[in-house]
Design a binder for this molecule. Sequence first.
Ligand code: PLP
Length: 445
Amino acid sequence: MPLETLFGTGSITAQDIVEAAEVAEETPFYFYDAPFIIGRCQEINKLKEGHNFLPRFAMKANSNKAILQLIHQQGFGIDASSLNEARRAKMAGIPYSAIMLTSQEVPEGKDRRDLEKMMKKGLKYNACSVRQLELIADYVARKKIPVSIRVHPGEGGSGESITRDTANPYSCFGIHISEFKSALEYASKRGVIVDHVHEHIGSGGNPEKWRSAIDRLTSIIEEHQNYLTHLQSINFGGGLKQGRMPDEQSADAAELCTYALDKVKSFAERCFGRNLRVEIEPGTYMVAMAGSLVTRIIDKKSTGKEGFNFIVSDGGMEVNSRPLYYGSRHPFAVVSSYGELVSSECDLSTVPKDSLWIPVGRCCESGDSQSLDSSGNAVPRRMATPQIGNYFVIGGCGAYCSTMTPFNYNSHTRAPEVLKRASGEMQLIRESQSLTDVVKGERSL
Ligand SMILES: *Cc1c(COP(=O)(O)O)cnc(C)c1O
C-alpha cells in the first residue's frame, strides 16, 4: 500500500509540500503539522483526568509564536530556558502565570528587575544554582513568592548523546544532590518558600532511566521532607524520547506519565498527607515529528567509481544542524515538483538496494550533510533516484532545528516557516529574511 503521508505519520502529504512551498515562496522552509501537534497535546491531556497534572511545553524546542499559541491553547504551560524565552512567550500572549523559568542565567541589573516583575505576575522561578537562590532570596521571602529548586540527582541521567545527558558529574544543571540539603536549609533560614522541586535528566534518553528518575526524585524529596513542608508540585522535566527514524523506538509517554502520576499520588499521601501536582516538560516529543524541512535539489555530483553519489540541496547545516552536532538521523523523502511522492524512507520496498545517495547542503563546510554518523562521516542513504528540481524533505525537524541552527552562516537567510492548520489551510508563520535583515546593525569602517 503506498504511503498516504510523507513519513507514515502525521497529516503531511506530498501534495501539501507543493502547496506549502507556494506559501513560503522559497526553499528551504520549515513546514509544521498543526493536526499532529494538537493530537500530541490531546494524548498528554487525557492523563489529566483524575490527576493533578500540568504539562509544560519546553519552548526551546520550537519558539515560533504560532506554535506556542497553538500548544498553549491546548492547556499547556511553558518551560522557558532564558529570560528572553519567558519574554517571548509573553509576547505570544501567554501569561507569566503559565511560565516556569529554568535557566543558567543569574539575574542582575535590568534582568533582575524584569524577573521580579514577572514573578509578581506569577512566573515560577526555578533556582538552578546556590547563587541564583541567594540572589533572589530576599525578594521572594519579602513578597512571599514561592519558588522552585532544580535538583541535580547526581546520577541516573540519560540523553540521546552524552552532550544531552544532564544528570552526570560532567553536567552542572541544577543544585547538585550534595548541596541540596544545605540549599534547603539556607532557603528556610532566609524565609524562602520552596513549593516546587524540579529535575530534568536529559533529552531523548532511555525511557527506563526516565522511570527510575521518578523513583529517585521521590526518594530525594522524602529524605528532605522536613524542609519541604510547603511542597505543591514535583516536576520531572522533559526528555521523552521521540524516534525520528522508522527503526527508532519512542518512549511510551502515556505509560511513563501514568507511572509518575500513580507514584506521586501514593508517595504524597504517605509523606505529606495531601496530593501533589505532577509536572512534565516535553519539548521534542510534542513537536519533533510535526516538522519537516523542505529543501530543493539543486545539483548532483559523484566522486567516481570508488566514491559516492551526492545530491546537493539548498538547505543543510544552516537549517538543521542536528546531524552535525549529534550524528542524529532524520528520515528523508523526495517529492516531485508536481507533488508526487518519489521516495520515502518509511517505505523503501520499491527502491533498489544500491540506489544510495549522500545528501549535502550548500555551505562551504565538509560536514554540511544531513546524514552523518557520530564521528562526522557521511552515510549514504537509500532513495529512488532523485532529480534536480525535486523537493528533498527532511523529517523530524520540528524540534531544535529552527531554534538551534547557525542561520546566516555563509550569509544564507533564515528560513521561513509554514503551518498546516487543522482546516488544511497553509499559513505563513514566519516571513522570509532578507539579506538587508542579515546585515542590519553592522557599521562601516
Ligand atoms: C530541554 C529541556 C526540556 C525539554 O527536553 P526535550 O528532550 O526536548 O523534551 C525540558 N526541561 C528542561 C529544563 C530542559 O532544559
